[in-house]
Design a protein around this ligand. Sequence first.
Ligand code: GLA
Length: 524
Amino acid sequence: MRKPHRLLGNVTLWSVLFLCCLVLQQSPLAHAQSDLSGYWVLHVPNGDGTVRDTYFELKEDGESITGTILGRGPNPIPVSGTLKDGKLHFATVPPANATPSRPFRQMSYEGTYQDGKLSLQTQNFRRETLQGVAERTTREATLPPARLPLPALHDLPDNGLVRTPPMGWNSWNKFAGKVDDAAVRSMADAIVSTGMSKLGYIYINIDDTWQDKRDAEGNIVPNRKFPDMKALADYVHSKGLKIGIYSSPGPKTCALYEGSFGHEVQDAKTYAGWGIDYLKYDLCSARTMYNSTQDDLQGLYQKMGEALQETHRPIVYSLCQYGEADVWKWGTRTGGNLWRTTGDIRDEWESMDRIGFSQLEIASYTRPGHWNDPDMLEIGNGGMNADEYRTHMSLWSLLAAPLMAGNDLRSMTDETKSILMNADVISIDQDTAAKPVQLLTQQEKVEILDRPLHDGSVAVGLFNRGDTPASGTFAWDSLKLPGKKFKVMDLWKHEPVTPSAGSFTATIPPHGVVLLKVSAGHAK
Ligand code: GLA
C-alpha cells in the first residue's frame, strides 16, 4: 500500500485538529466549560433612554443552572434552569408560601452565552418581551447601599388636605411604563370633558417610570417621556386639576427607576418647584435596607413627610408600603394622608374581591384627612364584568377608599362611565362623616355591609361573593334608624324601592351587588 505523503499527512492531521477545535468551540461542551457561576448584572433598555439593571447570582453544575435574583426585596428570589447546547433558560421558582394574598408571577429568562456576555430575553410584569445583555459583576456591586440614619420619631402636624378621600386618575394600572407627557395631558383633557372632574376626580397622578438620573447637583431629572415637568403641571392646573408624582424612599423604585434615597429634601423642593400637589411614596428597594418594623418604616416615611411640609406647598402624602407594620395605626404621624393597606391589585375578580373584603376589620382607622388605601381602581380595564366592577366601585365607596381611576379615560364605554360616574355612589365614598363601614350580616356567600352617613341615613351594600345568583336579606330594624318608615333608593338602578314590611330581600347576581341608601321617614 502506498504510504500517505508526509506533508499531506501532516496537513490532514492539522486540519482535523483545527476542525475539532472549531467544533469544540461551538459545541455544548465548550459552553459547559464556560462556567456561568458568579454574579451578573442584566441591562435592559426601558425604551425611554433609561436602562433597568437586574442583579443575579448564578451557579452552573453540569447542565443545571440555579441561583437568585438579588436586590428586589428583603429576600433574594430563587431561579433555576438549564444550559443546554449553548442555550440558557432559567425562571423564578415558586415560593413555598405562595397564596392568593402573596400571588406568584413567574419571570423567565432565555438566551445564549458568548464572549463572556449573556444575551437574555425576558418579560416585564405586563408580559412584554424585553431584550438585554448581562455581564459579570462583583458581589459588592449587587449589595444595596448602606442605610442612612433615620430621624428621631415625632408626630408631624396634619396638613389639612383631603378631608374626603382623594379622587382622580393614576397612570399605573393601564399605562405602567408607557405613561408620558402626552398621555397625562390627554387624561387631564378627558377627566374634564367626560364630566368626571365635576364629580370630584381632580388628581392626575403620574406613577412610576418618569425619572431619569440625577444631574451634577443631585437634582432628579425626568426622562425623555417628560420633557418639561413644570409645563406639564401648569397644563394640568390650567384645567382646574391637580397633579401627582411618584417616588421611593429607596435608591430604586419598584420599576427600578431612580428613587429619593438620600435626596428627600432636595426632591421635595423639586416637586414643589414643579407645582406638584400629591406624592405617592413607594417602599420598593428600601425594603432591602431597612426592617419591616414600625420604627424603621415610620422613620423612612417621616423623613419625606417632613421634607414635603417644609416646602410649605400643600402636597397630599400617599404612603405605599403594602400595609407593613400596621401602617393604619401610625401613618398619620408621618404626615400621611393615605396609606396602602395591601399588595398590588390586579384587574381580576379574585384580586379585587380578596383585597376589598379584607379591609373591614381596619375600617375604623379611616378619618377625615387620613385614609386606608386598598389600591387604585381597575374599572374599565377589561378584566372583570360589569357586575364585578359595580362591586369594586360600591365596596371602595363603602370603605371610604381613595377613588383613583386606573383606566384609559379617553375611550370609556358608556357602561364604564356609568360605574365610575355614579354620583350617588361617589357621595357615599365622599361622605363627610367618614364613619367606618361594618358587616351587618353574612348569609353564606352574601355579605351585607352598612355605613352610617352624615345626614342620618345608612348606605347598605348586599354583596354576593359567590359564583351563582344568591339572595340576601336584612331586617330594617337592624339598621337602627328611628321610626318604622323608611325611604329607600337603589343606587345602581337609580330608582326608589318600596320597602316591604320587616325586612329587605334581593337576589344578587354572581359577584354582584345591590346598593341602597336608606333614610328614616316615608317613601315619596
Ligand atoms: C408598586 C406599587 C404599584 C405601582 C408600582 C410601580 O408595585 O404598589 O401601585 O406604583 O409599584 O412600579
